[in-house]
Write a protein that binds this ligand. Structure first.
Ligand SMILES: Cc1cc2nc3c(=O)[nH]c(=O)nc-3n(C[C@H](O)[C@H](O)[C@H](O)COP(=O)(O)O)c2cc1C
Length: 254
């Protein structure tokens, strides 16, 4: 049995605010080894205050762009479960309570649900407040990590997913909180390899500007698969854990 198997039940997403502590050398080495145990997979870490502040600004801008564009707004809203009852009935998606928002931020996020409001915000040139959640999250990061594969084919993403899982389980074993913040790399992938599908020209132009700053932080090219961008932190237990769908819903044995 792979020793990481013991951590499968421990692995979870934790978006609780943390403290900006240093990542221990032993933890950095263990995470890198877990990722690199998959051929081709690599781990890049941002740890300096300047790099963390820059990625916080970029992730925040990505969140703003995502909420202000019709297609990406719809994609996000489909994932959210707004009440405990809805989360319990569906047993999938993201329960809004697991975003760990303050009451004021939760009120703001609830207003984002209606795209007509977002259209007005966009027309008025607003939306900077939509960047705040990422800033707060990264203010409590030990590091922001990117797992990559050298190429972006389906098999590469499959192997990259294995590297993600191995890193996540390694973090879980050590009590390190993992919070995937994947909007930017997936937005860029759509821009670079997806012909900008679903992105209006203005959104695509902003995404291109964000990409220019992002490639100064990470060693990536347009050929790289950026499998997952995530925050590593020391945080208390999450307020809510994602529920699981019944096994028979997700596993078919023939
Ligand atoms: C590939 C991938 C990308 C994800 N991207 C995000 C993200 O951008 N933002 C976020 O809040 N959670 C993100 N998540 C976390 C999922 O919402 C979470 O894994 C799911 O709700 C199940 O919860 P669990 O990880 O606690 O089991 C991502 C997870 C995966 C596997």
């Amino acid at each position: 049995m792979d020793p990481l198997a013991d951590a499968i039940g421990l692995r979870h997403t934790n978006r609780r605010p943390g403290a900006r502590a240093a990542l221990a050398d032993e933890h950095r080495a263990a995470l890198a080894a877990a990722v690199r145990s998959v051929p081709g997979a690599d781990l890049q870490l941002l740890e300096s205050p300047a790099a963390l502040d820059e990625i916080a600004a970029l992730i925040g801008a990505g969140d703003r762009v995502r909420l202000l564009a019709r297609g990406t707004h719809a994609d996000l809203m489909k994932e959210i479960r707004w009440t405990e009852a809805e989360a319990a009935a569906r047993r999938d998606g993201i329960f809004v309570g697991s975003f760990e928002l303050s009451p004021a931020d939760l009120a703001g996020f609830t207003m984002c649900r209606d795209f007509r409001k977002m259209e007005l915000v966009r027309r008025w040139g607003g939306g900077r407040a939509l960047e705040k959640t990422a800033r707060k999250a990264i203010a409590g990061a030990m590091a922001v990590a990117l797992i990559t594969m050298p190429r972006a084919g389906l098999a590469d993403y499959f192997q990259g997913g294995r590297a993600v899982e191995r890193a996540w389980l390694t973090a879980a074993q050590r009590g390190i909180a993992v919070y995937p913040m994947a909007t930017l790399p997936y937005l860029f992938a759509r821009l670079i390899r997806g012909g900008g599908e679903g992105l209006d020209p203005e959104t695509a132009a902003v995404a291109r500007e964000l990409r220019e700053r992002y490639v100064r932080l990470f060693d990536v090219t347009d050929a790289t698969a950026e499998v997952l961008l995530f925050r590593l932190s020391l945080a208390g237990p999450p307020s809510a854990r994602a529920l699981r769908r019944p096994l028979e819903d997700v596993l078919v044995v023939r």
